[in-house]
Design a protein around this ligand. Structure first.
Ligand SMILES: [Zn+2]
Ligand SMILES: [Zn+2]
Length: 249
């Protein structure tokens, strides 16, 4: 293995039958980054990994389908059978204050999940991974990310409507995970929130990404239809995110 991405959840907005919400594990030998931690994703994580194996977490934004399982992660770290563990969590500013309201906080939440504020325009160096953060187009502050490690580039749109900054985030990426929540046949659709499969394809084409993985498809839509839309506007390989799908890059 050089660089491996595993989908731990890909359902958009809410879980579906046997489909968890957004979470992706990016691994290089000796380092594991968890990107988002949506509802149910911790269940998939535990099928192959121990939470103590996670070196860092990035949360793209404060919508429940992207952070809900941070609570479970916290309790698993706190009550880990080998003793309490901690993990650094990078997230938009104010995340700790926002999330701590839900737990009976004796300070342990911040000890186990060690939050740092991250914002678009920043570069984070996490172990062997370089993360460049970009602004997504979504109703709350949302971080798209370009991750470079071992010569491989993986980009993630997070939740976003089409926007030029995503083309920068995914420029010539080896793999672009892109929001494809919606379908063209459902127009009119709200603006400034998500993309259709066709828009995800155009975004990947504009970025010159080598592969597109459509994700965050809302469970009432068929991911294969979103992928077919994307293939109509993008010549590269189109993959469909499914729970526990892994790809080596
Ligand atoms: Zn979402
Ligand atoms: Zn969202």
């Amino acid at each position: 293995m050089s660089v491996r991405l595993t989908v731990l959840g890909c359902a958009g907005t809410h879980p579906g039958p046997a489909r968890m919400c957004s979470s992706y594990l990016l691994e290089t030998p000796g380092y594991r980054l968890l990107v988002d931690c949506g509802n149910g994703s911790l269940s998939n994580l535990q099928q192959r990994w121990d939470v103590a194996d996670i070196d860092a977490v990035l949360i793209s934004h404060l919508h429940p389908d992207h952070f809900s399982d941070l609570y479970g992660l916290y309790y698993m770290l706190r009550f880990h059978p080998d003793g309490p563990r901690s993990v650094p969590v990078y997230a938009p500013g104010g995340t700790l204050q926002h999330l701590a309201q839900v737990v009976n906080d004796d300070g342990e939440f911040a000890n186990r999940c060690q939050f740092s504020a991250a914002s678009a325009g920043e570069r984070l160096q996490l172990g062997p991974m370089t993360l460049d953060l970009f602004p997504a187009n979504h109703p709350v502050e949302t971080l798209a990310v370009r991750i470079t490690t071992d010569g491989v580039v993986v980009a993630y749109s997070a939740d976003s409507a089409a926007t030029a900054s995503l083309s920068d985030a995914a420029r010539d990426a080896d793999l672009f995970l892109c929001d494809a929540t919606w379908l063209e046949r459902h127009r009119p659709l709200p603006s400034g929130i998500h993309m259709t499969g066709a828009e995800a394809g155009r975004q990947a084409a504009d970025a010159g990404a080598a592969r597109l993985m459509v994700t965050h498809v809302i469970p009432s839509n068929d991911p294969a239809e979103a992928a077919a839309e994307a293939a109509g506007s993008y010549d590269g390989e189109v993959l469909v995110a499914t729970d526990l799908f892994s790809i080596e890059l």
